[in-house]
Design a protein around this ligand. Structure first.
Ligand SMILES: CC(C)(COP(=O)(O)OP(=O)(O)OC[C@H]1O[C@@H](n2cnc3c(N)ncnc32)[C@H](O)[C@@H]1OP(=O)(O)O)[C@@H](O)C(=O)NCCC(=O)NCCS
Length: 255
């Protein structure tokens, strides 16, 4: 199932930090272009291995974005679990998917592209998110021909030329969100999942054999102009249970 949401109407700035209940899925978008004092403050939340990872980035802009995304992730997780963001410990699957070491019922995933990050949270359901900056892709059709299924490629060539980049990134993020939810990432096959269109022009997850994957939900959204994003959850989640929040980093206590 997919809902395609436009930019401004869905992203709400919470007055109070929200709690996650039942089948709710919380999606947060954050602008990673933070000030130096903000980056310094977020650095104090990171573990030694995260700081070591940050230090390995060659360019400061990449280091700052990694710190911003990890710092905000820790603040959001800390809020949900009502613990200090600093106290959180992550474990990693063999393909690198982070999980909470102590509380795997709170599932999460993050993605970043250029200026924005997207964070997804769900209770007891696998979740994967992907955000991509929608840039000019002169080779989009060639890439689609190579990595997408025949039906996905057909869907892409069927739309007017000016709509192809948007659909390309919708399909790409949807496939990647699913692969990130399962933890396979791009080492898994992009063709192991197929994105289809239903009669109401909504995208949904399927397999090449044409079966709808019924125990998964797929949502697509537009976090900002020229960004495409998708969320895949291993459960049937209705539209009203998906909340989109705008994260305003201010201090240790407020987002
Ligand atoms: C995960 C992956 C899809 C990320 O793609 P991307 O578009 O470059 O990055 P995104 O911004 O969407 O996501 C990155 C975030 O996803 C998370 N992540 C990392 N590996 C993941 C995985 N296998 N599944 C789900 N999420 C993963 C991390 O939080 C990461 O952010 P961080 O590096 O700041 O902590 C890609 O790196 C991949 O395919 N990794 C698997 C590689 C692999 O199998 N390695 C074998 C072991 S060496």
């Amino acid at each position: 199932m997919m809902a395609n949401s436009n930019i401004d109407s869905i992203w709400q700035t919470p007055l109070q930090l929200p709690k996650l209940k039942g089948h709710q899925v919380h999606i947060w978008r954050a602008n990673l272009g933070l000030s130096t004092p903000e980056i310094e403050q977020l650095t104090t939340l990171l573990s030694t291995d995260e700081i070591a990872r940050a230090d390995k980035f060659r360019f400061a802009k990449h280091r700052r974005k990694f710190i911003a995304a990890r710092g905000i992730l820790r603040q959001l997780l800390g809020n949900y679990l009502e613990v200090s963001p600093r106290s959180l410990t992550f474990t990693y699957s063999d393909r690198g998917k982070p999980q909470l070491a102590t509380d795997i019922s709170l599932q999460f995933n993050l993605s970043h592209s250029e200026e924005y990050a997207l964070f997804g949270f769900a209770l007891n359901h696998l979740i994967g998110v992907d955000i991509e900056h929608q840039r000019a892709m002169p080779d989009a059709l060639k890439i689609a021909q190579r990595f997408f299924s025949a039906r996905e490629y057909k869907m892409l060539v069927a739309v007017p030329l000016e709509q192809q980049p948007k659909l390309f990134f919708q399909l790409w993020t949807a496939k990647e969100a699913y692969l990130k939810a399962t933890g396979t990432g791009l080492s898994g096959s992009l063709s192991s999942v197929e994105i289809c269109l239903d009669q109401r022009e909504s995208l949904y997850l399927s397999t090449i054999k044409q079966d709808k994957i019924i125990d998964w939900s797929l949502y697509c959204c537009t976090p900002a102009t020229d960004y495409a994003a998708a969320i895949a959850i291993n459960a049937q989640i209705s539209t009203q249970d998906v909340n989109y929040w705008h994260c305003n980093y201010v201090s240790d206590r407020a987002l």
